[in-house]
Ligand binder design. Structure first.
Ligand code: OGA
Ligand code: MN
Length: 289
């Protein structure tokens, strides 16, 4: 895979060897970006899906300001925001926590919303000495790798998304609230469902991607569970093959932005006994088509 530095005017964009994702250096995210630089960041984001910016220890004000340069804030349900920061969530796991990390299964953020977030931005604060990597899956290449018969079969389908498994009254999190340091909100609202095209077209690149995930996709419209579940199972297996995955290793003071419209992610554990703290914003998206 190519690892050369791209020819951007001001930025250095180093594509990850995994085939998607890129590291970006040569700019200071604490300051407002000049229009041409912002345009390059957006172009690199569209090209690579996940961008990491090492050595960018943004304050919360700076994180909010950077987010607003990408787009307006999205709505974050089911996790209480930080005090006085309605648009910032703290993703925290304490040394004595034993449960799977928040976000510790494949998902695209808030995909059950009518207009799910385009981007999530995570800025690392405290990174454990071992573990705590985040896996990203390239749902665009996963779609493109399907044969024509599979693409034709999937084209008319709508997938049903819901927060029920994560945040509903019978969810896993609902039984664990007292064992987690994060202020997770369980609600009957989470049992609602919303259908989206199973294959969605990226509004910027025009490329198609699979838009389903094991956490939030609960079925396929017009199919019984006997019909829909095996198909979803096949798609999840296809998506999470090594060839479509980028494993992100964090350092403290790093900013990562990912595109929820064409990727899934999965927060790994492996750091029991250590603290991990991240700050997170979302950027509003559009109705999937
Ligand atoms: C999230 C999430 C991943 C991580 O914040 O949406 O899934 O590695 N986080 O913390
Ligand atoms: Mn997530």
């Amino acid at each position: 895979m190519s690892v050369e530095v791209s020819d951007y005017a001001t930025l250095k964009v180093r594509p990850e060897a995994s085939g998607f994702g890129a590291e970006v250096t040569g700019l200071d995210l604490r300051k407002p970006l000049a229009d041409p630089v912002l345009a390059e960041v957006k172009a690199a984001w569209a090209a690579h899906g996940v961008l990491s910016f090492p050595d960018q220890p943004l304050s919360l004000d700076e994180l909010e300001a950077f987010t607003l340069q990408i787009g307006r804030f999205g709505d974050d349900p089911y996790v209480a925001p930080m005090p006085g920061r309605p648009n910032v969530l703290e993703v925290r796991r304490e040394p004595d926590e034993k449960l799977t990390p928040f976000g510790g299964n494949w998902h695209s953020d808030w995909s059950f919303q009518p207009q799910p977030p385009a981007a999530t931005i995570l800025r690392s604060e405290i990174i454990p000495p071992v573990g705590g990597d985040t896996l990203y899956c390239d749902a665009t290449r996963a779609y493109e790798a399907l044969d024509e018969a599979a693409k034709a079969r999937l084209a008319p389908l709508k997938a049903v998304h819901s927060a029920t498994r994560a945040y509903g009254p019978k969810s896993q999190y609902s039984r664990e609230l007292d064992q987690r340091s994060m202020p997770i909100i369980v609600s009957p609202e989470a049992d609602k469902t919303h259908a989206h095209p199973l294959v969605r077209t990226h509004p910027v690149t025009g490329r198609k991607a699979l838009f389903v995930s094991p956490v939030y996709t609960v079925g396929i419209e017009g199919m019984t569970p006997d019909q829909g579940d095996p198909l979803l199972g096949e798609l999840f297996k296809h998506l999470t093959q090594d060839t479509f995955i980028y494993r992100h290793v964090w350092s403290a003071g790093m900013v990562v932005i990912w595109d929820n419209r064409c990727t899934m992610h999965n927060a790994l554990g492996g750091y029991d006994g250590h603290r991990r703290v991240m700050h997170r914003t979302t950027v509003a998206g559009e109705t999937p088509v």
